[in-house]
Design a protein around this ligand. Structure first.
Ligand code: MG
Length: 161
């Protein structure tokens, strides 16, 4: 049996923060604000996985009011999400995601993000597709105030059905 999930996230770009997307640190003068490291790509992926498994969303499992998750590496949250799926007998078939960012250019970082996320998902990098788009100057993303991400995943029960 296969199940599909969708996830979406956005974080504000502010001074004095590291920019981390897909678990990869990106050289930029601003970073994403959040209770965690603000990795909107990884958060979108977590939501897609939880959605596919019928397990709600990232906020219902990792509260942004819980001090345990203050400044947490979002890849650790993704690891926890993968444990939840594994406990229920699910594995990931593939993931596809789009980063929405006006700046900086994401292309040089995409291979490292694919590798990092694929490892976390327990699949080969070619099963993780990442795309990056600008917003053509429109809206909060276009003004460089935020970086957003959308993700879709397909999961399957580990035993063939
Ligand atoms: Mg988030």
């Amino acid at each position: 049996m296969h199940r599909i999930g969708i996830g979406s996230d956005i974080h504000r770009l502010v001074e004095g923060r590291r920019l981390v997307l897909g678990g990869v640190e990106i050289s930029h003068e601003r970073g994403l604000l959040g209770h965690s490291d603000g990795d909107s790509l990884t958060h979108a992926l977590c939501d897609a996985l939880l959605g596919a498994a019928g397990l709600g969303d990232i906020g219902s499992h990792f509260s942004d009011r819980d001090p345990e998750y203050a400044g947490v590496d979002s890849m650790a949250l993704l690891g926890r999400v993968m444990e939840m799926l594994a406990e229920r007998g699910y594995r990931v078939e593939n993931a596809d995601a789009t980063i929405h960012a006006e700046r900086p250019r994401m292309k040089p970082y995409i291979p490292a993000m694919r590798a990092r996320l694929a490892e976390a998902l327990g699949i080969e990098p070619e099963r993780v597709n990442l795309k990056a788009k600008t917003a053509e100057g429109l809206g909060a993303v276009g003004r460089g105030e935020a970086i957003a991400a959308d993700a879709v995943v397909l999961i399957a029960a580990s035993t063939a059905e």
